[in-house]
Design a protein around this ligand. Structure first.
Ligand SMILES: [Zn+2]
Length: 97
């Protein structure tokens, strides 16, 4: 498993109006974002099946450093996918023989 750890926040400006006013958008955006990450991890993890799952935690942050309104998400994502049990397939693993 790769030992790299990263952090960051991101939200397109066009979505901010909806994120500040529409509760459905506040749950839909991170769901879509994390689904794309999961698909990418599956594709880049050698030997991972289509049913492999990833691990992530997402938190909504509603304000910026100046306590201004700034809706964005913080996500912590494991760099790899899990296969039905304790097996972890990482994007940095060599392919299965
Ligand atoms: Zn934040």
């Amino acid at each position: 498993m790769r030992s790299r750890v990263g952090a960051g926040s991101w939200c397109p400006k066009r979505l901010r109006w909806y994120l500040e006013r529409e509760p459905w958008a506040l749950s839909a955006v991170p769901h879509i974002f994390l689904r794309v990450i999961e698909r990418q991890l599956r594709q880049t993890s050698p030997g991972a099946s289509p049913g492999a799952r990833f691990g992530a935690v997402s938190v909504v942050h509603r304000f910026g450093a100046a306590l201004n309104r700034h809706v964005h998400f913080h996500c912590c994502v494991l760099d790899g996918v899990f296969e039905g049990g304790p097996t972890v397939r990482s994007s940095s693993d060599p392919p299965n023989p």
